[in-house]
Design a protein around this ligand. Structure first.
Ligand SMILES: C[S@@+](CC[C@H](N)C(=O)[O-])C[C@H]1O[C@@H](n2cnc3c(N)ncnc32)[C@H](O)[C@@H]1O
Length: 244
């Protein structure tokens, strides 16, 4: 491997949305199911519509974090730098989600009965904005969630910390954070496309980065499902916390 890739070294607009969704999100894999169960247990602590303003950072084309957050959120801003992913999200919201997302929504409703009857209604709480971690205004949101972003967007140790701290700082003091990280994943590939940056993290590294900026920090992990040819990972690290 050559020099570590930084966030600006790749063209996120070229993100291979169709290959990514086909490879990862056409069925509910056991590790994603564990994320849904973990997040739903957290969200069930709050009344429906508890959070006025929620963020999903680096949303990509993944609709399930938006679904799980919908029961407790009156408004969700999906912030994503890639033109390709923003186009996919816009299209899913405008024309209705691909059928395969209904599998995820059925599972979300089992775990969170307070969710609206239809996925369309849940996604009606979502607005999409093109942008990245560095465009966030600090102290803005009541809740912020982030899935497989900071460790999949750089190979630089310090830049990983910066991305995580921009995410954490986007909620006001006392606001809540929910996140998932790929565990021990390095540089990765999707389909036959180019390499994307990956920084291997584990529960200790995630704790080290978030402890200084949070209280009530919980860190869990789950084993991963078998992965495709383009990347290897040992599991997922799951976080909940409040901004300090
Ligand atoms: C591995 S994908 C994860 C996508 C999605 N969250 C999911 O759960 O499948 C990494 C995502 O991070 C986004 N990203 C890259 N640089 C970013 C930045 N500086 N700020 C926010 N998101 C970024 C990419 O565009 C991509 O959507």
């Amino acid at each position: 491997m050559g020099e570590p890739l930084r966030n600006r070294d790749v063209d996120w607009d070229l993100w291979p949305v169709s290959d990514y969704v086909d490879e990862i999100y056409r069925a509910v894999q056991p590790d994603d199911d564990a994320v849904l169960a973990h997040h739903s247990a957290f969200y069930r602590r709050f009344e429906p519509g508890h959070f006025g303003r929620s963020l999903e950072l680096g949303a990509g084309p993944n609709l399930y974090p938006l679904m799980v957050a919908a029961a407790v959120s009156r408004d969700i801003e999906a912030v994503e730098p890639s033109a390709a992913s923003v186009a996919y999200l816009d299209q899913q919201l405008r024309e209705g989600p691909d059928d395969s997302w209904q599998l995820f929504y059925r599972r979300c409703r089992e775990l969170q009965p307070a969710l609206p009857a239809t996925l369309g209604e849940a996604l009606g709480r979502v607005r999409v904005r093109r942008g990245g971690a560095r465009d966030l205004t600090p102290d803005t949101y009541d809740l912020a969630s982030m899935h497989f972003v900071a460790e999949s967007a750089t190979e630089d140790r310090e830049e990983f910390r910066e991305l995580c701290h921009a995410y954490a700082g986007s909620v006001h003091r006392g606001g809540w954070l929910v996140a998932a990280f790929m565990e021990n994943m390095g540089r990765y590939r999707i389909g036959t496309g180019p390499d994307w940056p990956g920084y291997p993290v584990d529960a200790d590294r995630v704790r080290e980065v978030f402890e200084p900026v949070t209280t009530d920090l919980t860190i869990d992990r789950v084993d991963s499902a078998p992965t495709s040819d383009g990347y290897e990972t040992t599991g997922m690290v799951l976080l909940t916390a409040r901004r300090r």
